[in-house]
Ligand binder design. Structure first.
Ligand SMILES: Cc1cc2nc3c(=O)[nH]c(=O)nc-3n(C[C@H](O)[C@H](O)[C@H](O)COP(=O)(O)O)c2cc1C
Length: 312
């Protein structure tokens, strides 16, 4: 379904906790259409199974967000399957993706989820196998890193995921140990691409159109997954770099995004929108003083007034 057009590489918005929510999905669709896949931020499979209302709400989306994939994290195959069943029954996303790359201690430390699955390939295999066996009628994919400490782990891990039945795999070209340091190793992703026949999404450090082109050339990947490069820049999915976006359009989209964020989380949530503001105006000439006002913004009216002062 997602890789229906084999000729054209597909773009995807990477799952990002507290970032790729309903409001951001909406703004991406408004700005860039529907020719790319949205990955929703990870949710806890345990919380879904407990029918935690806040977590369930995180999986809700509107029809215009298709194609959309919900990411889950979990350590127990039966819990991940139950959560996936609940999500599919309630919301019908196009796919369920399992997080096998998150390095944060809360996930990969005690809980044996996220990147910890790279150290426990059998468990990772069992999760994918169980999801496939459940026949949910959606794609089952995983998103991972190159390894825990060794960037060669992926050369055995990816084929194992393929043999478990994964429909495709997204690879962030760093190890867990590297966190976000250094640069993503696209050459290693190229090696993986040659080893397996399921589609591969290459991920890590793709910030603009030139990077998309270069990463595709190097990796030969079927798709490109963009995380931080899409923050403050949903235009990346329609072939534009941030500096090519007219200032008026940028201002309009920032306000539209802020309104969607408030619609979803309530009036007070302007404070949790500040993180998006710093991405929208990052490094923009003439906004240095205004940026310190933006990080303290307390209402949508105040935001509109600050944005009006941006020259140009
Ligand atoms: C704020 C933030 C939140 C993230 N949350 C998730 C997540 O929920 N699930 C996941 O698989 N990866 C998550 N990631 C990792 C990204 O999906 C991506 O793999 C990573 O940022 C590298 O790609 P990039 O250089 O395009 O940002 C997160 C990254 C950031 C910066």
């Amino acid at each position: 379904m997602i890789f229906k057009d084999k000729i054209k590489p597909i773009l995807a918005l990477a799952p990002m906790a507290d970032m790729t929510d309903w409001a951001f999905g909406q703004i991406c669709r408004q700005v860039a259409g529907d020719d790319f896949v949205i990955f929703r931020e990870m949710v806890s499979s345990e919380a879904i199974v407990r029918t935690n209302e806040k977590t369930l709400r995180m999986c809700k989306f509107d029809n215009n967000e298709h194609p959309i994939i919900q990411q889950v994290f979990g350590a127990y195959p039966e819990v991940v399957v139950s959560a996936a069943k609940l999500i599919v029954a309630n919301y019908k996303p196009d796919g369920i993706d399992v997080n096998m790359g998150c390095p944060v201690p809360k996930i990969a430390g005690k809980a044996d989820c996220g990147a910890a699955l790279l150290k426990d390939p059998q468990r990772a295999y069992d999760i994918v196998k169980a999801l496939k066996k459940a026949n949910l009628g959606v794609t089952i994919s995983i998103k991972t890193r190159l390894g825990w400490t060794e960037n060669d782990d992926i050369l055995t891990f990816a084929p194992l995921m393929e043999s478990a039945g994964a429909d495709f795999i997204s690879i962030h070209g760093r190890t867990k140990q590297e966190g976000y340091t250094g640069t993503a190793d696209w050459e290693k992703i190229a090696q993986v691409k040659k080893l397996i026949s399921i589609p591969v999404f290459a991920n890590g450090d793709i910030k603009n159109q030139a990077d998309i082109k270069r990463c595709l050339e190097i990796t030969g990947a079927d798709g490109i997954m963009i995380g931080r490069g899409a923050l403050g820049n949903p235009w990346i999915f329609k072939g534009l770099d941030r500096e090519d976006v007219p200032l008026d359009e940028l201002k309009r989209v920032v306000i539209a995004h802020a309104k969607l964020h408030i619609q979803h989380y309530g009036e007070k949530a302007i404070t949790t929108f500040r993180k998006h503001l710093s991405y929208y105006f990052k490094g923009m000439a003439g906004t240095k003083d205004l940026r310190s006002e933006l990080v303290r913004v307390k209402s949508i009216e105040e935001l509109e007034n600050i944005i009006k002062k941006i020259p140009g």
